[in-house]
Design a protein around this ligand. Structure first.
Ligand SMILES: Cc1ncc(COP(=O)(O)O)c(C=O)c1O
Length: 311
């Protein structure tokens, strides 16, 4: 049922054994959770590395959402920004980044794991070696990516819903996941934090495979993914994510982003114990408007996956 609180949605009758809440993160100016990450990363470079718009250009690798968030902040603060991305970026995000005045550099060559991340990072290292005035926010290795979610996302969730049994978090750079693991370990140790990854991602040691949905999953293990112990991992395949997206739309009228639907699919599959009415929260990093040409487009779905969709 739609609630008046735009940030937390309670999904009734989703699962007989749980009270299910979605933490909606797509309602800020950048339309995703990555606005928090962008603010912390850029503040860190300004405060600790003395970058200024007069001297420095910012560069970052992004599947789209961090690119949009950084392009907004860089426009606001006067930096030139280069977003290094790949063909899986949504056309909406690509256009938004350009609209905010940033440069979009799309790598086309796959890396040895069948993804693009290593190619994107190699491109950034090359640019950094050529341009001494270039500064990399480096979301894959910067502690501030974790701190952003420790101080905001995780705290907001526990402040709103005090008694949480399970928290489901999608893993891309793992900034959100690491921040939540650290915060809940300290402030709510009984909460079981479950990492949700994409099939074909190498983050937690899985076999690499071609993937189409941006947001979660990597083709190179992010450095920050080692900063906390991840005990619970669920892996969701992309066809299941797409089926879940169409189910959430047709059943609840919720147009959600791809990674959100991987996380919700993990909740659906989780073997909750029968005796408890567990309180379960799933983080939804963005909404579905950027996926109208892909996940919600039947021709794209049938081109890439052999799927019959729910109406
Ligand atoms: C849509 C979406 N979902 C999930 C994530 C993963 O978040 P994190 O990088 O904090 O692991 C991202 C990151 O870019 C994203 O854009």
């Amino acid at each position: 049922m739609l609630s008046a609180n735009p940030i937390f949605y309670n999904i009734p009758q989703f699962h007989e054994k749980v009270n299910f809440y979605l933490k909606i993160e797509g309602l800020n100016i950048a339309h995703s959770i990555k606005l928090k990450t962008a603010i912390y990363l850029l503040n860190d470079l300004e405060k600790n590395f003395g970058i200024t718009p007069e001297k420095n250009t910012i560069i970052e690798s992004s599947s789209g959402n961090l690119g949009v968030a950084l392009s907004i902040l860089c426009k606001e603060r006067g930096y030139r920004f280069i977003c290094v991305t790949d063909p899986n970026i949504s056309s909406q995000n690509e256009n938004l980044i350009r609209c905010y005045g940033a440069t979009v550099l799309k790598v086309e060559e796959k890396d040895e794991n069948g993804g693009y991340l290593k190619t994107r990072i190699r491109y950034i290292h090359h640019q950094l070696s050529l341009h001494k005035n270039m500064a990399w926010t480096n979301q894959y290795a910067n502690e501030n990516n974790i701190l952003a979610h420790y101080e905001t996302t995780a705290k907001e969730i526990l402040d709103e819903i005090k008694n949480i049994d399970y928290l489901f978090v999608g893993a891309g750079t793992t900034g959100t996941l690491m921040g939540c693991l650290r915060y809940f370990k300290k402030h709510s140790p009984k909460t079981k934090v479950i990492a949700v990854d994409a099939e074909g991602s190498v983050t937690f040691g899985g076999a690499p495979k071609k993937r189409y949905i941006p947001g979660i999953g990597t083709s190179e293990k992010p450095e920050i993914s080692q900063y906390e112990t991840v005990e619970n991992i669920m892996t969701i395949d992309e066809p299941a994510t797409i089926r879940c997206a169409h189910h959430m739309l047709s059943t609840y009228g919720l147009l959600l982003g791809g990674s959100s639907c991987s996380v919700i699919e993990a909740v659906k599959r989780y073997p909750f114990t029968p005796y408890q009415q567990a309180n379960v929260v799933a983080i939804c990093p963005d909404l579905g408007e950027k996926y109208l040409n892909t996940i919600y487009n039947p021709s794209w779905v049938s081109k890439h996956f052999n799927l019959a969709l729910e109406n």
